[in-house]
Design a protein around this ligand. Structure first.
Ligand code: NAD
Length: 476
């Protein structure tokens, strides 16, 4: 591989797919059926802005419809192209399969730099794009359900949901046509943070397995581990914040579009995010060393490297200089197939994208279920749960008083025990369970088969196995 050229993103996904299917016993026809992207729709539409018509190009790619609806984010970036959306759509198929979210894979994108437009203009553009997609059932509660990705967030999802509802005025399930919406437009608690939270849960699970830590040459717990993160957007910010605030990690490096910040004693994630939001970049942030060539900071010494921005950033050009023993792919496709081989030879452990960033689609699945059931999670049982717990506490306190025992329940225990689970607690519990179960399914394959060299191949094996079973059940 190293003598060859850097593969494109789609070629990288293809190479990784091929590595995995070579270890499986799939009928060749079925292998090809799973590999190919079913359809990619390209749309060009005009929007009148600033006194003239501007033409935009957008895509929605459907990789596999073995389960419907198909699911996947919509990205706003100048780098969007057919190769990229098809690679991302394929990853969505495998991701959903791995974490048992009952969807096929899809992805969309619009070639636009959203920072060039004001809010009103973006709304016009988004609504028009949503109209073009909805017209062809590429936004639809039972056919194709988009979500946020790079450059989009809950604001864009709310516009898309509203656009769909305007075009389908009698569809009672209209809100389930996209996920990642704000709470007041049918969203779910914990969705915005979900992908970053999933990265945290994935690392927590990794550190529960000494054998896996040993493979990366790591010991101990997450506490004190040095972390470098690329991209302080939705995914990178939440992952870094939770790891720093809740697990005791030391975030030593943050890489953004305009360079990187580095401080071996740790950076304040929250302060840097506020700076980034206010100034549109990290340049000028006072409490760290600033490097203009941000990518170089990925090569610094650290325990965990979290690429959380875009694809292809760890490639054949820099892979041999990456020192981190553990890389968790919070972004989609940050490590190219060529770099993957180099890193594997070095013994670097990679927690692959299709698992590592699956927290987003997992909570999107919960949001979709919430929209279809038209009731928020926890609404029926929360108070009932609390009153049953109160019964136990009252009884314990009565017994204590009756027997004149010299003990009391600590106020902390009472408070925690009495509190019934609301939507956020249930979402976190469902996400944690999903991340743990999926990790275990990958590591079982990784450790039980001598021919499976890494977690990525294991993830593909588990995911493709389930997709194949689904196709077989359909008679294919
Ligand atoms: P985002 O737009 O919120 O954040 C991306 C961040 O990366 C921004 O802060 C941007 O300034 C920074 N960035 C862009 N180019 C960069 C570069 N060359 N170097 C360093 N930083 C750069 O996007 P996001 O939603 O956080 O998505 C990031 C990645 O995570 C993407 O690969 C996306 O596909 C993946 N992902 C996102 C979700 C989700 O729920 N949002 C779910 C799964 C996977």
């Amino acid at each position: 591989m190293s003598s060859q050229q850097e593969p494109s993103f789609r070629e990288s996904v293809d190479i990784m797919f091929s590595r995995a299917v070579a270890l499986m016993d799939l009928p060749p026809g079925l292998e090809e059926k799973i590999r190919v992207c079913n359809a990619t729709y390209t749309v060009r539409f005009g929007v009148r802005l600033r006194g003239q018509v501007q033409t935009f190009t957008g895509y929605r790619s459907v990789h596999s419809e073995h389960m419907e609806p198909v699911k996947g984010g919509i990205r706003y970036s100048l780098g969007v192209n057919q190769d990229e959306v098809e690679a991302l759509a394929a990853l969505m198929t495998y991701k959903c399969s791995l974490v048992e979210a009952p969807f096929g894979g899809s992805k969309g994108g619009l070639c636009i730099d959203p920072r060039e437009y004001d809010e009103q203009e973006l709304e016009l553009i988004t609504r028009r794009f949503a109209y073009e997609l909805a017209k062809r059932d590429l936004i639809h509660p039972s056919q194709n359900v988009p979500a946020p990705d790079m450059g989009t967030g809950e604001r864009e999802m709310a516009w898309m949901a509203d656009q769909y509802a305007r075009m389908n005025t009698t569809d009672i399930n209209a809100r389930a046509c996209v996920t990642g919406k704000p709470i007041n437009a049918g969203g779910i608690q914990g969705r915005t943070e979900a992908t970053g939270r999933g990265v945290q849960y994935a690392l927590q699970e990794f550190f529960r397995h000494p054998e896996d830590m040993k493979a990366a040459g790591l010991t101990g717990t997450l506490d004190g581990k040095r972390v470098i993160v690329q991209g302080l957007g939705n995914v990178g910010y939440h992952a870094a914040k939770f790891l720093q605030e809740e697990d005791g990690c030391l975030v030593t490096g943050i890489i953004e579009r305009d360079g990187a910040l580095f401080n071996p004693d740790g950076l304040d994630v929250e302060k840097i995010r506020n700076w980034l939001m206010k100034h549109g970049g990290i340049t000028g942030y006072p409490d760290a060393t600033h490097f203009e060539e941000g990518g170089k900071v990925m090569e610094e010494d650290c325990d965990i490297l979290i690429p959380a921005a875009l694809e292809g950033v760890i490639n054949m050009g820099n892979a041999d200089r990456i020192k981190a023993p553990l890389i968790i792919e919070a972004a989609n496709g940050p490590v190219t197939a060529g770099a993957d081989e180099i890193l594997q030879k070095k013994g670097t452990v990679i927690i692959p994208d299709m698992y590592a960033n699956a927290g987003g689609v997992t909570v999107s699945y919960f949001e979709w279920v919430k929209n279809l059931s038209h009731i928020r999670f926890g609404r029926m049982q929360r108070r009932q749960e609390e009153s049953r717990h109160q019964l136990v506490v009252d009884e314990l306190e009565r017994l204590s008083a009756e027997k004149d025992l010299d003990w009391q329940l600590s106020p902390d225990f009472k408070e925690k025990y009495l509190r019934g689970a609301g939507e956020l607690e249930l979402v976190r519990s469902g996400l944690d369970d999903t991340m743990r179960t999926a990790y275990q399914s990958m590591r079982d394959v990784w450790h039980s088969r001598a021919d499976v060299p890494d977690l990525r191949t294991a993830a593909y094996l588990v995911a493709i196995g389930k997709v194949a079973a689904s196709y077989r059940a359909k008679g294919l």
